[in-house]
Each structure stands twice: as structure tokens, then as C-alpha cells.
Write a protein that binds this ligand. Structure first.
Ligand code: NI
Length: 135
């Protein structure tokens, strides 16, 4: 099994909140991330595909093809957008890094034609990231 990774960078605004909680509880939980006027992050997304090497191409998956899948289904919808309001596949989702990793996995999994989706890792800052492996 060989693992190949495509990395993409994008910028988005968001605000963390759980609508089931009061403003006071949300502020207690999320502090500055709950500020009403949103804030931005430069996200780094790493998608790993696992599989055997195709003897004809020498690839697990053509990374140009993986890039196109990521652009069409994820980056193009999230880059320079408000994650709380503008993204079809994030409607009703509190945009923490954890929830973004799962939502991005769900966006990609049916589009990976060769090999299999192995992990989705999203960095919200240099030091904080979430990773999802489908279970
Ligand atoms: Ni934030």
C-alpha cells in the first residue's frame, strides 16, 4: 500500500456557535471564535489517498486528478467564502476543524476513482489541526 497526498491552501471566514446554546454559553465555550462579525483563517487541507501502484502509470492516483476533484468539490466552494453561510455542504454545521474534516471527507469520498480515500487533515492554524479517516 502506498499513500499519496495533495495539499491545498484556502482562506475562509467563520464563526463557531452551537445554536442550541445561549449566547452566554457559546461565549463561554468559544470565546473570540464566537464574535458576531466572523474571523478568518488560512486553512491548509491535506488529502491522502491509499492504494496499490498502477503498473501502467506508476501512480496510486494521478495527483493532478486529485487536485481537480478537491478544487471542484471543496476548495472552489470554501475559498474566500463564509463557512457559516455560503457553502452548500456546510449548511447547519458548526465549522470547527473537526466538523470540517468530516464534511470534506463526505464531499470527496465518492469521487476518488482509483485507490481509496485514507485521510482528510485540515489545519486551522499552524499548530491546530483535525484529521478524519472515515470512522
Ligand atoms: Ni476560528
Amino acid at each position: 500500500m502506498v499513500y499519496v497526498t495533495r495539499r491545498e491552501v484556502f482562506s475562509s471566514a467563520h464563526r463557531l456557535l452551537n445554536p442550541a446554546l445561549s449566547d452566554e454559553e457559546n461565549y463561554e465555550l468559544y470565546d473570540k471564535c464566537f464574535s458576531p462579525n466572523y474571523h478568518g483563517h488560512n486553512y491548509v487541507l491535506e488529502v491522502v489517498v491509499a492504494g496499490d501502484i498502477d503498473p501502467r502509470t506508476g501512480y496510486v492516483i494521478d495527483l493532478k486528478h486529485l487536485k481537480d476533484i478537491m478544487k471542484k468539490n471543496v476548495i472552489g466552494k470554501m475559498d474566500h467564502r463564509n463557512l457559516n453561510t455560503d457553502v452548500d455542504f456546510l449548511q447547519g454545521i458548526n465549522p470547527t476543524a473537526e466538523n470540517l474534516a468530516v464534511a470534506i471527507w463526505n464531499q470527496l469520498v465518492s469521487h476518488i476513482p482509483q485507490g481509496k480515500l485514507y485521510s482528510v487533515k485540515i489545519y486551522e492554524t499552524e499548530n491546530n489541526y483535525a484529521e478524519y479517516k472515515g470512522e
